[in-house]
Write a protein that binds this ligand. Structure first.
Ligand SMILES: C[S@@+](CC[C@H](N)C(=O)[O-])C[C@H]1O[C@@H](n2cnc3c(N)ncnc32)[C@H](O)[C@@H]1O
Length: 228
């Protein structure tokens, strides 16, 4: 729990929407959104299918309530589904997404990890989780990550964070360098891994005076390595 949780979540959703549009422009038409949460206005499938009605989306969350809400919202949409699964078991997610027939891992895929990797503790080897997901993705695939950080944060934010560390929603704040490492050897797109509002804002006036106040970095990378 951060002091400005609602604003932080809004900033995170806006970052995700901007990133999804960039992926759509790059020709991505299938999305694996892990840690997708409770559906809100402007969900990934709405943004993606408005731009490309053929776009396919698989939502994944560990929370049965989030998955139930997502399924309700997706009723009648045969190009989107929601899976109950745990990011810490990426092979199971990949198998289920593949078996469901909506994601073809031989073609470029957009892997979205918005506000979720910080729920994976160091003991659960987040770098290995990311490596497994990247290894499954064809060249041309894109990876979107937003992740809470301790960098540039005021003491009150870090104190609030320390309190929440005693609850079930424990999160691991990480440095920009650690978060950047989750992209592996993929090409990080401009402007790099930055405080979320600074990532390709729709207009300069959208950038908060203190973009660091949302306490999270965001970035997007592309798999450029050719197969073989
Ligand atoms: C802060 S919300 C982010 C929701 C959405 N991606 C967004 O950007 O607004 C984090 C979500 O990650 C889910 N989550 C936490 N740990 C997870 C895990 N190990 N595997 C899958 N989902 C997880 C939570 O249930 C929650 O819905």
């Amino acid at each position: 729990m951060t002091p400005n949780l609602a604003a932080t979540m809004r900033s995170g959703r806006e970052f995700l929407r901007r990133a999804v549009r960039v992926l759509l422009d790059a020709g991505i038409d299938q999305f694996l959104d892990i840690g997708s949460g409770i559906p809100t206005v402007g969900n990934v499938h709405e943004v993606a299918q408005a731009a490309n009605p053929q776009a396919r989306i698989v939502y994944v969350d560990i929370d049965p309530v989030a998955v139930a809400h997502s399924r309700e919202l997706l009723a009648g949409n045969d190009r989107a589904t929601a899976l109950l699964a745990d990011l810490r078991e990426p092979k199971l997610i990949l198998d289920q997404a593949r078996d469901g027939g909506l994601i073809d891992f031989d073609r470029p895929v957009g892997i979205l990890l918005a506000g979720v990797v910080h729920f994976v503790a160091d003991a659960d080897r987040p770098a290995d989780v990311l490596a497994t997901l990247r290894a499954a993705a064809a060249p041309g695939s894109h990876l979107v990550i937003s992740h809470s950080t301790f960098e540039d944060q005021p003491q009150e934010m870090l104190d609030a964070q320390r309190l929440s560390a005693r609850t079930a929603t424990e999160i691991t704040l990480r440095s920009r360098a650690e978060i950047t490492g989750f992209f592996g050897d993929w090409t990080i797109l401009e402007p790099g891994v930055v405080h979320m509002p600074l990532w390709r804002p729709d207009s300069p006036s959208d950038v908060d005076e203190h973009p660091e106040r949302f306490g999270a970095f965001g970035g997007v990378a592309r798999h450029d390595r050719t197969a073989g």
